[in-house]
Structure formats: structure tokens, C-alpha cells
Design a protein around this ligand. Structure first.
Ligand code: FES
Ligand code: FE2
Length: 437
């Protein structure tokens, strides 16, 4: 562990400002890994990525490589990706299907729940700690893992709230996305977009509910789409999905204020509610019929009445329920972050719904398109700008104290309030100053 115990976390936060060191200091990044990423619930993967016994998917929890795998009894496990013999990485591929894991170094074989099956020349270990009763001969399971409606999270800490309690007010964003499937289930589809940002992970996580930036940052891409949309509508032509998707990014400030923000314990939040930039997409034939057949008219209306934009499961994941996409955050170092972008198919919905979700993902989240790279440029400039000694403090001033808090502790505010930043740093401080587990 490289933790620097001399960091005074309290001194890095004001009620409405944060010190630039939190984005630039490698010692703070180390502390974040140990106390936040290695303690809280981190998104690991979706159950549909490991549909059949033996299916596995490799990923990371903070700095720890792990394997998501379905065992032969149907149970899903999250294992450390470390051979129990001399510690070689057990699985090298991103995904696959096995009967058993066989280490590439000396051939120890493990079941898909981590239990040791066979080793070569097992007779040579007399009078040692190697025996079938020693749990250390198995691949270790991570301390806690659980699934909420198909979304698998894991925690490297034995302590802390259970997953449902931790999700709190943002569990309903998963509910709304899953309920949009007539068959009540989602499935990952269309591959993954995975690319590296040369900036701190928090810039990305903060930006998701920053409703002050879109109208400026995405001006060039979105304004062009608006001009095209207006011309097509004047000519009574249908507006293509791509234009429909780009246009709302430069809605008026009043629209973004009305979208609103909701923030919760543990740093979670979502933007949008009854309206968002996803509210005005055109109908896809057959979709409403399929939902009404599955749930009835009333529940279908109820499902469509929520139009949340980004929901943040702080710190590792974010979904856009109405368009069924997800992004996953993988911090690499203080100024390097990998972002993965995934798309879901709504089981039982017309295939065109999936096509539109994939289009959204490639138009907005791809490194080779428009909106995502607009944001990327801002994160890049933030990382470089905060190297400046001009001012140590970063603003979170806007609408301080204008939010309301209900009896459950849930916070509500108009969309341009900086409350989401302040709420994330409140949780960040709680994690980073907690006693050693
Ligand atoms: Fe895996 Fe030796 S390190 S079998
Ligand atoms: Fe953006």
C-alpha cells in the first residue's frame, strides 16, 4: 500500500470549493483506491454477460483484477484473478467459456467457484501447508458480491451496507430501465466502446450531472443538428434518429433547470425526471403495444413518466435508462481513466429499439464521434488547467443552500445547482476519512 497518512482530507474541501490537489496528486489517488474503490460497491458486470455455466468476464475493482463467472449450479461468483499457487493471473482473456480454469504456469485447475480441482504431481506436498483443508489452495472469492435486477456489484470490504441499502434512491433508475423491457429483462448487446481519457476519473463522474455545460460544450454538434431538424420539419420530412439525439444537447438553460437533480447518500444522483434530453424521441412502431400487452396501460404510462438522464452509481458506473446505455469508470492513475460504454437490448421490444440505443452509444459515447470527444476536450483542459498555481480552489458555488431535503435525506434541486458536486465530495470525504477497516 502506498497510502500517505499525512494527507489532511478536511483541508482539501470547503463547503463550496474543492482543492485542485484532489485531481492532480498521485498520493490522493492512492488513498482513493484504498479507501473508496476498495471498500464501496463497484459495478462488475451484467448477468447477461455470463449467461451459461462456465461463462466468464474479466474486469477490475479499483486496482484489483477480478473474474465474473457463472458456476455450474447457475450461481454467479466474483473471484480474484489470481492463481492460488504462485499467483499468476489465472485468466488472460476478456471473456469466454470454460469447464474449469487452468493456470498457464504449472497447470493447477480450478472449478468456476474457485475450488481447486487438480494439480500435477499432488503427492509432493507432504509436511507443508498444502492440503485439501487449507482454503488458501482455492482461488479467493471477493468478500461481497450481489446483483440488483441483473446488475452485479462487488465490494472488497466485508463491512458496509448491503447492496440494496447502498443503492438507495438510485435503485429506481435501474428499475425504470429494466421495466422498459416488455419481458422484464435486459441483455448486453453490440459490444463495448472502451477508450482512455488522459484525465482524472472524477471529471467524468462529475460531468454526468453537470447541466451547465451541455449548451456550451456541445454547441457545434448540437446546433448543426437543430438547423437540420428545423429544415426537415419545415419540409415535413421525418427527422432522422441521429438529429433527434443530437438536438436536445443545446436546449435552453431553462430546460436544463427544469430537468432537475436528485442526490442521495453515498454520492449517488440523477439528473432529469419527468423531462430530460431523452423525452422527445419519436415512437418506434410496436414498442408501446408490446409494453401495454406485458404490463397494461397504466403501468406503461407510469414507466414512460420517468425520463431520467444520467444516473450515477458513485463512483463506478452510470446509466441512461430511457436509451438503455451504460458507462463504466476504470481509474488507472491520477491522470488516466478508461471509460467503457455498453448498450442493452430490451428483451421483448422491437429490434429497432436496440438499433437506436447502439446508434446513441456510437454517436454520443464513441471517441470517434461528436458529443463524447467534446467532453473529453474539457476533461483534458481541466487536468492541464489545474496544474496552474493561479488559484488552488475549484468552484462548486452555484445555488449553494437552494436545494431541499426530504425526510428520507433525498436532495432535490433545480438542474443547474452544483449540489451533485458537493454531494459527491461529501461522500468522498466520508470514505477517505473513515477509520481503517
Ligand atoms: Fe498457477 Fe503455478 S502459478 S499453477
Ligand atoms: Fe457533455
Amino acid at each position: 500500500m502506498s497510502r500517505d497518512k499525512t494527507i489532511d482530507i478536511e483541508s482539501l474541501l470547503h463547503k463550496d470549493e474543492v482543492h485542485r490537489r484532489v485531481y492532480t496528486d498521485p498520493a490522493i489517488f492512492d488513498l482513493e483506491m484504498d479507501r473508496l474503490w476498495h471498500r464501496t460497491w463497484i459495478y462488475v458486470g451484467h448477468e447477461s454477460q455470463v449467461k451459461n455455466p462456465g461463462d466468464y468476464f474479466t474486469t477490475t475493482i479499483g486496482r484489483q483484477p477480478v473474474i465474473l463467472v457463472r458456476h455450474k449450479d447457475g450461481e454467479i461468483h466474483v473471484l480474484y484473478n489470481r492463481c492460488a499457487h504462485k499467483g499468476a493471473q489465472l485468466v488472460g482473456d476478456n471473456a469466454g467459456c470454460v469447464k474449469a480454469f487452468r493456470c498457464c504456469y504449472h497447470g493447477w485447475r480450478f472449478d468456476t467457484d474457485g475450488a481447486l480441482l487438480t494439480i500435477p504431481l499432488e503427492g509432493g506436498y507432504d509436511n507443508t501447508n498444502f492440503c485439501r483443508d487449507n482454503p488458501d489452495i482455492n482461488v479467493k472469492k471477493v468478500p461481497r458480491y450481489d446483483s440488483y435486477r441483473g446488475f452485479v456489484f462487488a465490494s472488497l470490504s466485508v463491512e458496509g451496507p448491503d447492496l440494496k441499502t447502498w443503492l438507495g434512491g438510485v435503485a429506481s433508475s435501474i428499475d425504470n430501465m429494466v421495466d422498459r423491457a416488455p419481458d422484464g429483462e435486459l441483455e448486453i448487446t453490440g459490444g463495448v466502446l472502451r477508450y482512455t481519457h488522459d484525465s482524472n476519473w472524477k471529471f467524468f463522474v462529475e460531468n454526468l450531472n453537470d447541466l451547465m455545460h451541455a449548451i456550451v460544450t456541445h454547441q457545434s454538434s448540437s446546433q448543426t443538428a437543430r438547423i437540420v431538424a428545423k429544415r426537415l420539419m419545415d419540409d415535413k420530412d421525418a427527422v432522422p434518429w441521429a438529429v433527434e439525439i443530437f438536438s436536445p444537447f443545446t436546449n435552453r438553460y431553462s430546460f436544463f433547470e427544469e430537468m432537475g437533480l436528485h442526490a442521495f447518500d453515498y454520492g449517488h444522483s440523477y439528473s432529469g425526471g419527468k423531462v430530460s434530453i431523452h423525452s422527445a424521441y419519436s415512437d418506434i412502431p410496436g414498442y408501446v403495444d408490446a409494453l401495454e400487452a406485458a404490463y397494461g396501460k397504466e403501468k406503461t404510462l407510469d414507466i414512460f413518466s420517468e425520463n431520467r438522464h444520467n444516473t450515477i452509481f458513485y463512483p463506478s458506473a452510470t446509466i441512461k435508462g430511457p436509451i438503455q446505455t451504460m458507462r463504466v469508470v476504470k481509474p488507472i492513475s491520477v491522470d488516466k481513466t478508461v471509460i467503457e460504454s455498453w448498450t442493452f437490448r430490451l428483451k421483448g421490444a422491437p429490434e429497432a429499439m436496440t438499433q437506436r440505443s447502439i446508434l446513441y452509444c456510437t454517436l454520443i459515447n464513441s471517441s470517434a464521434n461528436l458529443v463524447g470527444p467534446d467532453d473529453y476536450e474539457s476533461y483534458h483542459r481541466l487536468q492541464h488547467g489545474l496544474a496552474s498555481q493561479a488559484n488552488d480552489w475549484v468552484s462548486m458555488h452555484r445555488h449553494l443552500g437552494k436545494e431541499t431535503v426530504d425526510e428520507s435525506g433525498a436532495i432535490e434541486a433545480e438542474g443547474t445547482n452544483d449540489i451533485v458536486f458537493r454531494n459527491q465530495f461529501k461522500a468522498w470525504k466520508q470514505y477517505l476519512t473513515a477509520e481503517d477497516a
